[in-house]
Design a binder for this molecule. Sequence first.
Ligand code: GDP
Ligand code: MN
Length: 395
Amino acid sequence: MNIHEFQAKELMRQYGVPVPAGGVAHSVEQAEAVAEELGVSRFVVKAQIHAGGRGKAGGVRLAHTVEEVHAATDEMIGRPLITAQTGPQGQRVQRVLIEQAVDIAREAYFGLVIDRASQRITIIACDGGGVEIEETARKEPARILREAVDPAVGLLDFQCRKVAAHLGLGGKQLPAAVKLMKALYRCFRDNDAVLIEVNPLAVTLDGQLLALDAKMQFDDNAIYRRPHVSNLRDFDEEDPKEVEAGAHGLNYIALEGNVGCIVNGAGLAMATMDAIALHGGRPANFLDVGGGASPEKVTNAFRIVLLDKNVKAVLVNIFAGINRCDWVAEGIVRAMRELKVKVPVVVRLAGTNVEQGRAVLAQSGLKFLTANNLDAAAAMAVRATSGASAHEHIY
Ligand code: GDP
Ligand code: MN
């Protein structure tokens, strides 16, 4: 789960991370009020969307007066912001963060991630931060320092000093840098984060260290024990189909193609998507119904897949171990009836109760395309998207 910059900064502030003074606004009136309350002579107006790359896309603006804050807010709120990370349709801006602008002497990058290889929270630091970080990482990888933290002892001072030295932070900035890194580490660990990114970590002209941007991601499997984090969820930033699927215990990821996929198991789902691609098609989604899928769950899976109007055919690929093909078949039949499915449906069933499953389909009197293996099923589904399929196997 992702949260907004203003939420991440609020969380970080609670851990003692220095962040600029500011406040969030949902309207131009609120933006003016926040600016007046700040009572400073320079402001930054920042579009609050989960995607990054806002600076280059006009989503971060400097303002010198309350009127300019008003104007910048007016241009952002209610409109889509298209950044390198949003896709071409952009993401609608619902709120902005108004902050006191600071004079930046230098921008560094500071991140915390979970490194799966070492199984440790790992610092990623680069002395050159800011909007060109991707470019820097690609061209000058040696400027990026990684420092893994031993979970038994936590982040130690010497490690912070090593990272600070790499970032060129010495003198009176050194203790501030150590304090900031430890605070971010605690913020990461205490909240079950999987990512913290402070880019830029700014050194101001008067020598202060400041988290000028803040991104946080959390472990979805730990959210249940962090209600203060789950309260920060913004459903407007998520695909509504993915939200609904989550509520039904389905793993659904929306994609760009036109073959709807209903599969059990993430590995089989990946293989199914590959097979579709191999036959020249493109999957419309990734959907894993999991093990022990009830007929209701399969019906819900159909409903969610068919919410995507790009779907021109559905491929059901079940390799039943814990699952039962008859339950899956019942779910398919129910979905076809309740949802009045118009697109061709290709079904490939294998494993537990496969004969009973096929019987359920056959006795339904409905039309399906069926195949006995994944390759044939994928080919059939891709062909069906072009409307070219006569119903090859009709029960
Ligand atoms: P991102 O592009 O979505 O990562 O948004 P950021 O919050 O990182 O802002 C982009 C850039 O705007 C930063 O790298 C800074 O260079 C600049 N910026 C942000 N806040 C300030 C500020 O208070 N003063 C100045 N001078 N620049 C700022
Ligand atoms: Mn940034």
